[in-house]
Ligand binder design. Sequence first.
Ligand code: AP5
Length: 216
Amino acid sequence: MKLILLGPPGAGKGTQCKRVVDRYNLAHLSSGDILRAERAAGSELGRKAQSYMDSGGLVPDDLIIDMMIAAIKKAPANGYVLDGFPRTVVQAEGLDKALTAAGEKIDAIVELKVPDSAILSRMTGRRSCPVCGQVYHVVNLKPKVDGQCDKGCGALVQRKDDTPDVVDHRLKTYHEQTAAVVGYYENKYPILPINADQEIDRVTADMFKGLDDLAR
Ligand code: AP5
């Protein structure tokens, strides 16, 4: 199964992707996670991406397309979920070109729908594990021990781009450049719209039901 999860910053893409990959045994290919790993490793790509990520803007399309196509080529045969990519129509076209060349296609697009008004508290309350990537929230999804990853990895951290000003810019960027990607996929692949403005487990249940129906 090959899926794309779309939605604004803080929609719950990372949270829901982790559940989808566990259920369907897929690889989780998150452009944000890959970029953060490149930054942590001090690579040239990571250095180039840093200022865009810190300000809440988008990293240039050519860098992202090359990075994500390389990740897709390494994914196991069982399939993958793309999280945070494509984020512009140019990236979607780049992905299509690579998929066509490989004789492959996407099975479905999952669109997580959340109003902007719900986003800020999600982002400022988010805490993540820098080791395993597990995502928590100080109110909505608390770790068992305050500030510590449930998997024993150690202390949780707050992302630098989760400050109110940067979140505001990320939302603006989403509406200006990413929202159009859903339109690009209309009539191309099945689109599964999911109300992500509800409790986390409810979002998961709706998504699994939609994906199971599509797989039948
Ligand atoms: P990226 O890491 O992809 O950030 P994002 O898309 O802005 O999404 P987030 O990771 O912030 O949110 P999410 O939807 O995964 O939500 P989460 O599950 O964590 O990208 C970061 C930066 O990298 C970009 O700004 C850009 O600079 C660059 N970049 C990445 N990809 C790029 C690309 N393709 N092109 C160009 N540049 C790119 O949930 C958020 C919080 O809410 C958590 O605390 C969670 O517990 C909580 N939560 C989740 N669901 C719910 C719910 N239903 N109810 C209540 N709380 C919830």
